[in-house]
Unconditional design. Structure first.
Length: 436
């Protein structure tokens, strides 16, 4: 496994050195310094082979951490160990920098004795290690860190400074969703889910508190509205709701208010940030459907027909549409005919790429292709990979809607009506496939 572990500073000086196997000598330390740290060109690969010796390295700030071996080891396992080791050190003495490593070198050697045995990783669980390595690390704190701790104790907000002023108070909100689909040739949905992100750009003066309402089923039920049908897709008032399976919030969101009042309340950071991530699997509106028809005419010819249907409002326009239809490996030539957009055979991808700039909702178009095949001796049948799609539509496929977005700032002289708000919905394709 790992023959030796070395930690260097930015100058190439060795701060920590531990050799576990006899085949790793002192020359390995110098080889890494010369060929990686002091290399004339920047070394991009995290794995470097020098004189039949493999160096796996990661970098944290100005510290290089390198694992050395002469054996054929599992590279992913070595990197997993290096990352776990950095996490263990961070839990003991905070930030990994030269000063902290020099102050805690005895502790680091003690940790290495427990974590690695003859080069094999043993136990990197911080909770278990702290039960028998009980000494606390020596932490060096910068002025910024000391100020951060003070602000946390006094109840100040760490992600937003005071005294921010803008001439015009604006709030931009983007609901960005990636729809993933696997459909059978007969049009049956085999699997579908939406991964969504809510991105915000906040240009607000002072320390405003924002309240954000969504059409989540839990939120709507808490308001006293009854769900009519079993699927849970509409409320008693007829408004559509979305069932969110799981979600993750930015640290600024007050989780206690979400659990009790089911409203997303927060003091936003200044500028751009990600407010929320969510995932939903129910009642997904699939923007496009591809209906494939593949017919083999003998051993040297194949006919492919693909019908593309858009399933959204006619007033909306889908953009950047790309359909990728796979072709056999022994394709000699392709004759194409498409009613809309441009189609091209790409031999490098073994696929027909059909591009459409814009397409309105509730429309239908099709592509026909005649494929000439080379005769081959192999009797192995073509596996027919799925047809994949890329697109962008101006709505949320999950049905996610922003019900309200309010801003409160009691100290400064501006109200919710003075804030200019922009809300945009963007639906994009994730892994969007239809089997042939």
């Amino acid at each position: 496994m790992i023959g030796g572990l070395f930690m260097y500073n930015h100058k190439g000086e060795v701060l920590i050195s531990r050799v576990y196997r006899d085949d790793i000598g002192r020359n390995a330390v110098d080889a890494f310094r010369v060929n990686v740290i002091h290399a004339r060109q920047q070394v991009r690969s995290p794995v470097t082979n020098i004189a039949r010796t493999s160096f796996f390295h990661i970098r944290r700030a100005n510290i290089w951490l390198a694992a050395v071996t002469k054996q054929n080891v599992n590279g992913a396992m070595v990197f997993e160990f290096l990352i776990r080791f950095t996490q263990v050190m961070q839990s003991y003495f905070g930030k990994i920098n030269e000063e902290n490593i020099k102050n805690n070198f005895v502790l680091i050697y003690e940790l290495l004795d427990e974590i690695l045995d003859f080069g094999y990783p043993q136990n990197c669980d911080t909770g278990v290690l702290k039960t028998f390595i009980t000494q606390t690390g020596v932490k060096s704190q910068s002025k910024e860190e000391q100020m951060q701790i003070t602000s946390q104790v006094t109840g100040q907000i760490g992600w937003r400074r005071e005294g921010i002023k803008y001439r015009r108070n604006e709030l931009f909100l983007d609901v960005l969703e990636y729809v993933n689909l696997l459909m059978s040739p007969q049009g049956q949905v085999l699997s579908a889910h939406v991964a969504g992100r809510i991105l915000m750009k906040s240009y607000l003066s002072g320390m405003p508190e924002c309240k954000f309402g969504i059409n989540d089923k839990i939120v709507m039920e808490s308001k006293g509205t009854k769900i009519l049908d079993d699927s849970g897709s509409r409320t008693a008032s007829g408004k559509p709701v979305v069932v969110i399976d799981d979600c993750q919030f930015h640290q600024c969101v007050k989780l206690s208010k979400f659990e009790t009042e089911h409203s997303i309340s927060f003091i936003p950071p200044d500028g751009e940030f990600e407010l929320m991530r969510y995932r939903t699997t129910k009642d997904i509106s699939l923007p496009f459907r591809v209906i494939p028809l593949v017919r083999e005419v003998g051993r040297t010819r194949m006919e492919v027909k693909a019908v593309l249907k858009s399933n959204f409002k006619p007033s909306l326009l889908g953009q950047k549409i790309e359909v990728k239809i796979p072709t056999p490996l022994n394709t000699a030539g392709v004759q194409l005919l498409c009613l809309k957009g441009k189609a091209k055979y790409k031999a490098s991808d073994n696929a027909i790429v059909w591009k459409i700039k814009r397409m309105a909702g509730m429309k239908e178009t099709q592509l026909s292709a005649e494929i000439d095949l080379l005769e081959t001796d192999t009797k192995k049948k073509w596996t027919r990979p799925p047809i994949s799609m890329n697109f962008e539509v101006p709505f949320a496929p999950s049905g996610f809607k922003v019900r309200y977005l309010k801003v409160f700032e009691p100290k400064l002289n501006y109200s919710d009506h003075d804030v200019v708000k922009w809300v945009r919905y963007i639906g994009r394709s994730g892994l969007y496939e239809t089997r042939c």
